[in-house]
Design a protein around this ligand. Structure first.
Ligand code: NAD
Length: 329
């Protein structure tokens, strides 16, 4: 039987409480305790989860080998630095930090101390995406929409760093090519910062991604559409549904084909369109993400999103945000 990882959670606000709660249920994790600068909040949560409420970060660090950092983004650098300098592994919620320099600093520090950085890009663990793991995804065009009703939480950063960064990370995981050009626009609606943004990213290999993100919407939407040769894939991350349309060689009247009019390919072969709705086991994405982290600390798996991947997503997000600010000037 493998050993358990002694772990603590720093920041038990809206999301951190779910981290702590999952960590009480993951087999190889041993939740030692929590720390939050709002001591009243952490006292309440510690009672609810039957775990220890530490009075200081240092006392928590003395008792664990790994941390989940779920504090506001502006604090990630300092909190993570403190943990890493004591030789502790860190899971840092997304975005990894507020600046690329801060992310580079943490990556270097983690290398020096031989510890893992994992970043909380949770959509990578969405069952609707995992259902597509057998598919060779190499999109030439991606269209993404992510909308959410307005909430004051998360507004310490612009919408690009709050919402769009989820899609940027996904896109960078699908398109294995450097970014060539970025066009972006955005507007402020509810805050002094950018609340609605649209970005068009062109990659060196010719692929294009068009992303729209808004935190001023009536309903929540999280949808991605991907197009490549002979393949069209849609993922609804909220509903947990993915759909695949494939153009394939087929017999004249294949009953499984959905397209009644037969297509003839460039080579003159008979083609038809087939539809699939792949399903994956329903799992909780946050729990799956934390299991990946625990297994990474145990040396059994690699983090799905390491510090470098978190930095790459942040870098593109900041470039998009800078373009928006340039356009607004
Ligand atoms: P929140 O404001 O609800 O909670 C943050 C908590 O951290 C609060 O309880 C606060 O008292 C505490 N805190 C602040 N500074 C601290 C410090 N220096 N040390 C210890 N505790 C401190 O925020 P939230 O919505 O839970 O977001 C936290 C992080 O999680 C942010 O980085 C956010 O971007 C990220 N997040 C990610 C997702 C996702 O989908 N992966 C969703 C929501 C939030």
């Amino acid at each position: 039987m493998s050993r358990q990882v002694n772990i603590g959670v720093i920041g038990v606000g809206h999301l951190g409480v779910h981290h702590a709660s999952h960590l009480t249920k993951i087999k190889n994790a041993n939740l030692i305790g929590i720390f939050d600068s709002d001591h009243q909040r952490s006292e309440e949560i510690s009672k609810k989860l039957n775990t220890k409420n530490f009075e200081s970060i240092d006392k928590l660090l003395d008792n664990v080998e790994a941390l989940s950092i779920v504090t506001p983004t502006s604090t990630h650098r300092d909190v993570a630095e403190r943990c890493i300098k004591k030789g502790k592994h860190v899971f840092i919620e997304k975005p990894v930090t507020s600046t690329v320099d801060d992310a580079n600093h943490l990556i270097e520090l983690a290398k020096k101390h031989g510890v893992i950085i994992q970043v909380g890009h949770i959509e990578r663990f969405n069952p609707a995406l995992l259902a597509l793991s057998n598919l060779q995804i190499d999109p030439k065009y991606i269209e993404v929409h992510r909308m959410a009703p307005f909430m004051s939480r998360g507004t310490d950063v612009p919408v690009v760093l709050d919402l769009m960064i989820h899609d940027i990370d996904l896109i960078l995981s699908f398109i294995n090519s450097p970014v060539k050009e970025i066009y972006a626009n955005g507007v402020s609606i509810m805050t002094n910062s950018v609340d609605i943004a649209n970005a068009r990213i062109k990659f060196e290999n010719g692929a294009i991604a068009n992303i729209t993100s808004s935190r001023v919407a009536k309903d929540r939407v999280r949808k991605i559409k991907m197009f490549q040769q002979d393949l069209y894939v849609t993922i609804d991350f909220l509903a947990g549904i993915s759909e695949v349309y494939k153009a394939m060689d087929a017999s004249q009247n294949d009953p499984d084909a959905i397209m009644s009019a037969p297509l003839v390919g460039k080579d003159g072969r008979h083609r038809q369109i087939f539809y699939e709705k792949p399903t994956a086991k329903k799992t909780d994405a946050l729990k799956a993400e934390l299991k990946n982290y625990i297994n990474a600390v145990l040396g059994k798996e690699k983090p799905m999103v390491d510090g470098f991947a978190g930095k790459q997503a942040l870098d593109v997000a900041i470039r998009i945000h800078d373009k928006i600010l340039e356009d607004l000037r």
